[in-house]
Design a protein around this ligand. Structure first.
Ligand code: PEP
Length: 251
């Protein structure tokens, strides 16, 4: 049985006090959610404060990116994975489509960052997903397969215990257009099969695959009813404690 994960990506929203207030509002309303892992990803500057205030709760904290380099050094503006761990995080999002589209993230950098995150003892939430053009051209499966193969290249079986995959079709992120549960299931099946071919059946059966793209309180139940959907990565609807709690408490 794969334990679901419901993760909230706060993107570049919320000043420090706003992030702490939202985290504190969330804590009691998801306190009984034993059916899933609950994760929130505030901006870097709020990580330490938010994680301190959530200590002892069931809400875990993620960063939204980390450096590819594991070794501390002359990398101005970068933040190493062990620094993120040091700030109280257990997870880190890697390869979000906004970073792939606007900040030069590649499959190679996703791979390096994933390895650094695992080495630091973090769980890497590795994001993949096709653009609308790629879907319309009929290449969505190939694009996502390639992102998975390259992004997870060289990971040992032990490493794979520390990864979560998030399938986020780019055309569904922040657009209000959600993939249908069938579309999500189909791609999650392709992803699991790709992981099986690259890393073996046991790894594929164990790895959790989240869906992301306009997940809301009113579509989470249908999405979670799909066999290979093991949770959600939520953007907009995670910014308010009330709506995120409704998604977490989908059952
Ligand atoms: C995201 O940022 O990962 C995301 C899925 O955003 P939204 O839920 O707003 O589409």
């Amino acid at each position: 049985m794969r334990k679901p994960v419901i993760a909230g990506n706060w993107k570049m929203y919320k000043l420090l006090n706003e992030a702490v207030d939202t985290a504190l509002a969330l804590k009691p309303v998801v306190a009984n959610a034993n059916h899933c892992d609950v994760v929130i990803a505030p901006v870097f500057t709020a990580l330490k404060n938010v994680s301190s205030r959530l200590e002892g709760s069931n809400v875990k904290v993620a960063a939204q990116d980390c450096a590819a380099e594991a070794k501390h050094g002359a990398h101005t503006g970068e933040i190493a994975a062990d620094m993120i761990k040091d700030a109280g995080c257990s997870h880190v999002i890697i390869g979000h489509s906004e970073r792939r589209q606007h900040y030069g993230e590649t499959d190679a950098s996703v791979n390096a960052k994933t390895k650094s995150a695992i080495q630091a003892g973090l769980i890497a939430i590795v994001c993949v997903g096709e653009t609308l053009d790629q879907r319309e051209a009929g290449s969505a499966d190939d694009v996502v397969k390639s992102q998975i193969i390259k992004g997870l290249d060289g990971l040992t079986v032990a490493d794979t215990e520390r990864i979560i995959i998030a399938y986020e079709p780019v055309w569904a992120i922040g657009t209000g257009k959600t993939a249908t549960p069938e579309q999500a299931q189909e791609m999650h099946g392709v992803i699991r099969q790709t992981v099986a071919e690259a890393h073996g059946n046991e790894v594929a059966e164990r790895v959790r695959i989240l869906y992301g793209g306009s997940v809301k309180p009113d579509n989470i139940v249908e999405l979670m009813s799909q066999e290979d959907v093991d949770g959600a990565l939520v953007g907009g609807a995670s910014l308010e404690a009330e709506s995120f709690a409704k998604i977490v408490n989908y059952r």
